[in-house]
Structures are given as C-alpha cells and as structure tokens.
Design a protein around this ligand. Structure first.
Ligand SMILES: *Cc1c(COP(=O)(O)O)cnc(C)c1O
Length: 466
C-alpha cells in the first residue's frame, strides 16, 4: 500500500456508514457541565461534539467484522464463535488457557481474586486505574516501577514504558515471597501510552526466572506496542508486527486483555495463561461472574467481532495510519506551543496540564480543570489522568499524582484529520487563555475509582456568557 513517492498517510479505508454529531452552544455546554457536577463522565453523549474521553470500545468496526457478527453463533457451550475467537487469540498469544471475559477489568478481577490478597505486592511499569483498583480491592499493594524517563514528560526516550529493572530487582530481592506475579503494561497507558521494548521485556523475564515468578502482560495495546518496536528498536524494522507480538507473548506466562482496545471490538476481553492449576481456579471464578468459559459474558457475535478485529489489528497499513494520525494531533499541538508528552504515545496525546496551568496546585486538579475547559470551549471531551484519578491513596490521604495530564484518546478508525484539525484549534485557543481557568474542589466522591463519579465545583465563579 505504501508508495515511496508520496508521503501523505491516508486512512486505509472508506467511510461505510456515518453517525451524525451535533454542536450545541457554549452556554448550553456550560449548563450541561454544571448539571453533571463538572464530571465529564456524567454528560449525555449527544452533548459532546468530539469524544476523546477514551479509545476503549469506541472505534468503528470493519465490514468484515459486521459480516462476522452475522455469523455469530449463540450456543451456550462450545459455540463455533468461541473456537474462532480462541484460534484468533492463539495465532498471536499461544497461551494454553484462554478465558473470555466481558472486558479487561473482569479478567483483572478474576486474576487478582486468585493471586492477590493482603500482604501481597504486584509490581507493574504503571498499573492502569482498574488494575490498581482490583489489586487494592483484593487487599494487595500495587507498585509502579516505570523507568525514571517515563515520569519526565519532556524526555524523548523511545521506550518510556520500560520497567525500571534495578527497582524491580530490589523489590524482588527484598519481598520475593510477597510477589505472586510481575505485570508489564504494553503500551503503558497511564504513563502516556508509551511503549515497552523487547529488550526490556527480556530483562524482566530474566528477573522473573531468577525468582521463579510468572510474568503477565496487560496487553491492551499490544499491536501499537509492537509497531513502536518495529519502528524504534534496533533489528526489528523488517520483522512483521504479528511476529513481534508473538515474540512478546513468548516472554510471558499469561495476560489480561481488553478487546475494546487494540482488538478493534466494542466489548470483550480475556485472561490467558499457561499454568493449569491457576487456570482452573480462574475458570471457576469466571463462571461465578462471567458465565460459562466458552462465552465469558459475551455474545457469540462479540467473540466473532473480536476474532476478526485481532487479525485486522496487526495489519501494518492500519497501524501506520493509526500511529501517524495520533502523531498528527501531537505535532499540531506542539507547533502551537501546547506542552504535550513526548514522544507521542500510540492511542492518545497527553497534555501536560501541570505545566500549562502553573497557577493551579495539584490538589486543585489542573488536569481536570483543563478537560472541563476543552468541553466548554469546543465540545471536546477528554480525560484527566492525574490527581483526580490517582491522588487518593489506599490510606484515604490525598496526594498529588506524579503527573497531571489530560488525555486526548483517539477512537480507532473513527475521526478524520479534519476532526483533529478542529481539536488542535480548540486546544490552542484554550491554551492561549489558560490563565483564566479556575481550579476545582471535590464535593462528593466514592471510595474507589473516584474519577468516574465524583462531583466537583469550581473554586471561583466562572462567567457563563459566550
Ligand atoms: C482499558 C484498560 C484496562 C481495562 O479494560 P476494560 O475493558 O476497560 O475493563 C486495563 N489495562 C489497560 C492498560 C487498559 O488500557
């Protein structure tokens, strides 16, 4: 598909069915946000023009996926859809046991329900929010051991998702018996969608072997991670993405997965592993909450959509476009002087809100305040990844998160470059007027995962005129 004479990276598809979006006025958006308690998760989706809240389950299906959905078989046990799903998983991730789940967090709940518990500690490069929540819900402790470069938004290290090997080695040396498994998140979503190199995964594997610990991948963005390995890691430029994925899988003993990410589906996930005894315990728990182990909370048609999506996810024309369009947004913002995390991640561009809003202390939630401003000014919904999401400790004490970022996550195959041009224009406008943005306080919050349902109030009156 690539012609070296032309450099424009195009969407490698035509639009096949459309979904209209609508623009309400600035004052209406201000009113909707007030009603929503200044929480963007509480908005009605129709009041959002461009929805960059998440890339999770929000992508467009291909014509082949819709065709596969028609072939879905809804048999309760042993459905042909299950076998197609299992075979597609095995093509890339040949783990002996595959347990389907309704989404990624269900796989996490089952896994940590078995291996977690008080006194245990689970290392990861950076635990995703639901992963950390399930680790902590089990009574265990989640420890983030990303390389120091991963915490510096300006550092252009090519693999900022890498695990800090000396730190992991120290943890294993001091608490090996408390560590039931080591996790690595590819790409490192909460750390800016940054990739992990194969060299780093191999080093983690060696430590796991030394201490006889299983290595599990949180593999939600495995295809984007593999693309970064292909384009950045010496020796991989001529290796097929699917082979790189298999090489990552071969280093691990199991995985948790959300099919709502790189597998290009709208729902689904799985838990996979080689260990028979662990698999049998996990399967028993899965039956309690997800259903029989050949459907795992999914319809047969969902399993078929995932099977086709998995094969499409390693298509290199798709991945080239995917990574180029994310970079297009990042480059546009960088040109406008907006502080963004570099290098650009796979699925999202992250704005450094702490740097953009130096007048707001972390406990006035600069990331959340910026996300609200992007909605009010331009109808764009984004997501804070910062002190609202991670600031509440398991001890009930609130502390600044390592970074206050705003994530502009890009749904797969959904928005055009014109949509991204509009986003660049709105973010640039908001950034130029960022000294006007007020901090917020939390007026109501749940015990866990507070970002989904907390209610906020601005710390000073915000004018509502357009
Ligand atoms: C989305 C995600 C999860 C959880 O998956 P869900 O399908 O949303 O439950 C876990 N880890 C990472 C890295 C993710 O991006």
């Amino acid at each position: 598909m690539r012609d070296s004479r032309f450099h424009t990276v195009i969407e490698p598809f035509r639009i096949h069915s459309i979904e209209p979006v609508r623009l309400i006025s600035r004052s209406e958006r201000q009113a909707r946000l007030d009603e929503a308690g200044w929480n963007l998760f509480a908005l009605h989706g129709d009041d959002v023009l461009i929805d960059l809240l998440t890339d999770s389950g929000t992508g467009a299906l291909s014509n082949e996926q819709w065709a596969a959905i028609q072939r879905g078989n809804e048999g309760y046990a042993g459905s042909p859809s299950w076998f197609r799903f299992r075979d597609a998983v095995h093509e890339l991730f040949p783990f002996k046991h595959v347990i389907p789940t309704h989404q990624g967090r269900a796989a996490e709940k089952i896994l940590f329900g078995v291996v977690g518990g008080s006194g245990k500690v689970i290392p990861n490069n950076t635990h995703f929010d639901t992963t950390r929540a399930h680790v902590e819900f089990s009574g265990a402790e989640g420890v983030d051991l990303v390389v120091p470069e991963g915490l510096d938004p300006r550092n252009r290290h090519p693999f900022k998702g890498n695990v800090d090997i000396p730190a992991l080695s120290r943890l294993l040396a001091s608490r090996a018996e408390d560590v039931p498994l080591v996790m690595v998140t590819i790409t490192n979503n909460s750390g800016g969608g940054q990739p992990v190199s194969l060299a780093n995964l191999r080093a983690v594997r060696e430590l796991c072997d030394e201490y006889d610990k299983p290595l599990f991948l949180d593999a939600c963005r495995f295809a984007e991670n593999a693309w970064f390995i292909k384009t950045r890691e010496p020796g991989y430029v001529n290796v097929a993405v699917a082979d790189i994925v298999r090489e990552m899988a071969a280093l691990a003993d199991g995985m948790t997965m959300s099919a709502k990410k790189d597998p290009l589906a709208n729902i689904g996930g799985w838990l996979a592993m080689n260990d028979d005894a662990l698999a049998s315990e996990c399967r028993n728990l899965a039956i309690l909450t997800e259903g029989f182990p050949t459907y795992g909370g999914l319809a047969g048609r969902d399993l078929d959509a995932i099977a086709v999506g998995l094969r499409e996810s390693v298509d290199e024309d798709y991945l080239r476009y995917r990574i180029a369009s994310t970079a297009y947004l990042g480059e546009g913002l960088e040109r406008a002087g907006v502080p963004v995390v570099v290098p650009f991640g796979g699925h999202a561009i992250f704005i450094d809100a702490r740097e953009l809003l130096p007048h707001l202390p972390a406990l006035q939630y600069p990331g959340h305040a910026l996300a609200c401003a992007l909605y009010v000014e331009g109808g764009i919904r984004s997501c804070e990844i910062g002190t609202v999401m991670f600031g509440m400790g398991a001890d009930g004490v609130e502390r600044p998160a390592p970074m206050d970022l705003v994530r502009l996550a890009i749904p797969r195959r959904t928005y055009t470059h014109n949509h991204l041009d509009y986003v660049i224009e709105v973010v640039t406008y908001v950034a130029r007027n960022s000294d006007q943005i007020a901090g917020l306080e939390i007026v109501e919050q749940p015990e866990r995962l507070r970002h989904f349902s907390a209610r906020f109030a601005p710390l000073r009156k915000v004018e509502t005129a357009a």
